[in-house]
Design a binder for this molecule. Structure first.
Ligand SMILES: [Zn+2]
Length: 201
């Protein structure tokens, strides 16, 4: 009877939340949780899991939040000629669905953790306007924000993968920015950090 009850309970949870509960011993070690769908960059995501403590920590936080889902895609062009864009959908019940688009040919291994950090910011309901007042985020001319936290995450992962030059971008005031706007319940966040590819020496 107890076992039957357990099965019924799990079925109920799946029906309510709409996706299987993520999590096994290998989750965020050698495989992605079910709420991170890598699509065409699934291989890069596994490389990051294998080589980056920072990315594994990001992955575990999302794996522990089954109300969040993240989908990755690549496009020839990203809005505003940015290197990447994350579109966040918020649902009334609290669910968050993030659509990450990476510009073709860019440095996916830096951009993936950068964009995932923006997803974590949204999960934490970080107030970007408040962050801007403290200098941890800033506006660009289009009225959007970039955050030092996301830039740092991308650069840190890059360092873990052996690209120390990316550390120089931490000191670059124009290393990147994001553009965002609110469309009802949709926030569009875009990033351009072209300076990080060839840091000034
Ligand atoms: Zn960004």
């Amino acid at each position: 009877m107890r076992r039957r009850f357990a099965v019924v309970s799990v079925s109920w949870l799946i029906a309510v939340f709409g996706w299987p509960l993520p999590g096994s011993a290998s989750t965020c070690e050698t495989q992605l949780p079910s709420n991170i769908r890598g699509g065409i960059v699934a291989r890069e995501l596994l490389v990051l899991l294998a080589q980056s403590d920072t990315f594994r920590q990001q992955c575990r936080r999302i794996a522990a939040a089954p109300w969040v889902s993240v989908d990755f895609a690549i496009a020839q062009h990203v809005e505003g000629l940015n290197r990447a864009q994350t579109l966040i959908e918020r649902f009334e019940a609290g669910a968050i669905r993030a659509h990450v688009t990476l510009a073709f040919g860019e440095d996916y291994l830096e951009l993936i953790p950068h964009e995932v950090e923006h997803v974590l910011e949204q999960m934490e309901r970080v107030a970007l306007a408040d962050e801007a007042r403290t200098g941890r985020a800033w506006l660009d001319r289009s009225g959007g924000y970039e955050t030092r936290r996301a830039i740092t995450a991308g650069i840190r992962v890059r360092q873990e993968l052996g690209a120390d030059d990316y550390a120089r971008c931490l000191r670059s005031s124009d290393a990147g920015w994001i553009w965002s706007e609110m469309r009802v319940n949709v926030a569009i966040i875009s990033c351009t950090t072209r300076g990080t590819r060839s840091p000034a020496r």
